[in-house]
Structures are given as structure tokens and as C-alpha cells.
Design a protein around this ligand. Structure first.
Ligand code: CTP
Length: 208
């Protein structure tokens, strides 16, 4: 099958030397890409900046901002059977990007931010994707409830939820412990290495 995967953080420029980003390392998305290749799928990885080595056999579309990721996904998604959104996309981006480096002035400064477009939330109705749609939910509280809300709102077949309040798993860690949240049920998986978990997740997603 043809699998599209988003991964990593996005980087939102403030001025020529500064940006807003988040703690995503890209490990989960890259592990999913490697696992999908191993399972014989054709994989397109659309990723924000990551220090990770690109898994062999993966087609790669590098992006920086949420807007660039949106465009890349929009142009590619309907060519795929499965889309997995593992990227930690910025929810807000600076309203304007300064042409020149911003100089310090007073004791406080405020940056105006504007909501980015929800890429996963646009996959079905805006982009017309009819394949299997998988989201991630990084939560710090009410993990299942929040993930189920995302699953239903964004019309996903499955949302992979993890608790990012724990510092032994999740962001930047090599291990993860996730709960599979389907529209009508959930299933907790044991903590495991991200590469093992990724292989298991790809097998499960094939069944969907
Ligand atoms: N996502 C996306 N585009 C965005 C934001 C998120 O595609 N602009 C995707 C992520 O890749 C992930 C899922 O949506 O698969 C996360 O859902 P979201 O509701 O955006 O999570 P949060 O950003 O944590 O949102 P909230 O503030 O509702 O918790």
C-alpha cells in the first residue's frame, strides 16, 4: 500500500534568526516510516526538521512551517491508501514575520499569533482523502477522553494517544506507551521501544 506519514516538529519563523517550535524529535514518525517500508509499503515521509537519519527506502519531503506541511500533505494525500499524522504541528504561528532581526526595546514584548490550519482535520472534507486516517494525540490529562474527541472531530479511523506528562516516555524518548483510541473503543498497549511499537502499529493499521 501507499503510506503518507507526517513527522517531527514544525518551525514557525518570528524573524530571520528566531522561531517557535516544540519538543518533537520525529522518532515515532521516522520509526513508523521505517516499519512501513519493512512491511513492504511505499512510504512518503513529510517531516519538519529532525536530527534523525532518514530510513532507507523512504521518499522524503522536508518542510519547515505548518503552512508548508499543509501544502505538502494537500498535494500528496489522495495518492495514498493510508495517512498517519505523527507530526507535532504548531497550533499557532506568528501573525507577521519581521524582515529584519527584532531589536530589544522595553522590558516586555508580545508576539501576536494566528491559528494554523488543522492538517489532519482537513484531510477528509477539505482534501477529500478516503483512505485509512490515523492521528496522534499527545495529552497531559484526560488522555482517552481528549483523544476520542480528536478521533471523532477529525474523522479518524484511529488515534494513537500518549501521555506526555510522563518524562520516561513520549517526546524525545526511545520508548513510548500508547493507547489505541478508536471511535467506539480503546485498547492500551504495553510500554515498548518506539521501533517495536511502530512495527506493531503498522501491522494493526494494515488490518484497518
Ligand atoms: N495536527 C495537524 N495539524 C495541526 C495540528 C495538529 O495535522 N495544525 C495533527 C497532529 O499531527 C496529530 C493531531 O492532529 O495527529 C493532534 O491533534 P490536535 O487536536 O491538534 O492536538 P493538539 O495540538 O494537542 O490540540 P489541542 O489543543 O486540542 O489539544
Amino acid at each position: 500500500m501507499k503510506v503518507l506519514i507526517t513527522a517531527g516538529p514544525t518551525v514557525e519563523a518570528i524573524d530571520p534568526v528566531r522561531f517557535l517550535t516544540n519538543r518533537s524529535s520525529g522518532k515515532m514518525g521516522y520509526a513508523l516510516a521505517a516499519a512501513a517500508v519493512k512491511r513492504g509499503h511505499s512510504v512518503l515521509l513529510i517531516s519538519g526538521p529532525s536530527a534523525l537519519e532518514l530510513p532507507e527506502g523512504v521518499d522524503f519531503l522536508p518542510i519547515e512551517s505548518a503552512a508548508e506541511m499543509y501544502q505538502a500533505v494537500e498535494s500528496q494525500i489522495t495518492k495514498h491508501d493510508i495517512a498517519i499524522f505523527a507530526a507535532a504541528v504548531a497550533d499557532y504561528t506568528p501573525t507577521t514575520v519581521a524582515d529584519q532581526k527584532i531589536k530589544k526595546t522595553g522590558n516586555e514584548m508580545t508576539i501576536s499569533l494566528t491559528r494554523t490550519k488543522d492538517i489532519l482535520g482537513s484531510a477528509r472534507e477539505v482534501m477529500g482523502f478516503e483512505g485509512t486516517l490515523i492521528g496522534f494525540a499527545a495529552e497531559t490529562e484526560n488522555v482517552i477522553e481528549n483523544a476520542r474527541g480528536k478521533c471523532l472531530r477529525k474523522n479518524c479511523d484511529l488515534v494513537i494517544a500518549n501521555d506526555v506528562s510522563r518524562n520516561d516516555i513520549g517526546f524525545d524518548s526511545s520508548e513510548n506507551e500508547v493507547t489505541l483510541v478508536y471511535p467506539d473503543r480503546e485498547e492500551a498497549l504495553p510500554q515498548d521501544r518506539k521501533d517495536h511499537l511502530a512495527y506493531h502499529l503498522i501491522e494493526l493499521i494494515e488490518e484497518l
